[in-house]
Design a binder for this molecule. Structure first.
Ligand SMILES: C[S@@+](CC[C@H](N)C(=O)[O-])C[C@H]1O[C@@H](n2cnc3c(N)ncnc32)[C@H](O)[C@@H]1O
Length: 246
């Protein structure tokens, strides 16, 4: 994989817990349905500070976890837990690090849009490769759980994804995009529409058991609403893809 890396200053913005009640409920409903006895092991790829993993381990006392992230800064924020293994590594090296371990659930919450390269095509390859690797570490009853922010287009479904990628990754535009609130200014992000994500998952042999958007609308100030319109975005919302092999 050819991956661009955020600075520690940019990464420190991710030392938060964005798993609000509605998002948490979407995930736990899927887990409770597919793993009713609460006994499962999971891998949290791009798990950062480990707060999400800690919350799951607390709710499911028989679960075990591995958190993998390539940010030393965020990995150091993890609280120890006898049921949690913490790995400092990039997703591209997960095979070697995980040494054949299998998981009932692989979480990738707001990770995939960060796997950016210089071109849009290579970025798509990075994401395909990461999701493909994750799939290889699933147990037969395994699920892949992906939370991502969707940017469906108004008329052209895939257009906002291109525009956001090229504008956010431009070093030349970085002073402006940073001022507009883009934490990843100059490095870039690659959001996608729901249809684009589903096509990408399907290309590595994963299909959606469910795809659910959060209902709670985001607070978006007026000037940003104008920006969304300029970028051809119909709406911005977080979506949970709950996937299985097949
Ligand atoms: C937006 S944060 C999401 C953190 C966490 N999953 C959450 O939902 O709060 C993105 C995370 O992906 C991690 N990340 C980015 N690129 C990575 C890579 N190549 N390998 C592993 N982790 C990566 C970052 O360090 C960061 O922790």
């Amino acid at each position: 994989m050819e991956l661009k890396q955020l600075s520690d200053e940019q990464l420190s913005e991710f030392d938060t817990d964005d798993m609000f009640v509605e998002r948490w409920n979407l995930i736990t409903q899927c887990i409770d349905r597919d793993f009713p006895d609460g006994k499962f092991c999971f891998l949290d790829l791009g798990g950062g500070n480990g707060i999400f993993t800690d919350r799951l381990l607390y709710r499911y006392p028989e679960a075990r976890a591995v958190v993998l992230d390539n940010s030393e800064l965020l990995i150091r924020r993890n609280k120890p837990n006898p049921r949690k293994t913490i790995l400092l590594a990039s997703v591209e090296d997960m095979e070697a690090k995980l040494a054949g371990q299998q998981f009932d659930i692989v979480f990738m919450n707001w990770l995939l849009h960060h796997l950016v390269a210089d071109s849009y095509a290579q970025t798509r390859e990075n994401v395909r490769s990461a999701v493909g690797l994750a799939r290889r570490h699933l147990t037969p009853k395994g699920r892949v759980s992906v939370f991502e922010n969707l940017c469906d287009g108004i008329l052209l479904d895939g257009l906002p994804s291109y525009l956001i990628f090229y504008i956010s990754s431009s070093r030349w535009l970085a002073p402006l995009t940073k001022k507009l609130g883009a934490n990843t200014a100059g490095v870039g992000v690659c959001y996608r529409s729901e249809r684009q994500w589903l096509a990408l998952f399907s290309s590595v042999g994963l299909r959606a058991v469910s795809s659910q958007a959060e209902k709670e609308p985001w607070y978006i100030p007026t000037f940003k609403k104008v920006l969304l319109y300029v970028l051809h975005i119909r709406d911005l919302k977080a979506n949970l893809f709950w996937l299985k092999a097949g």
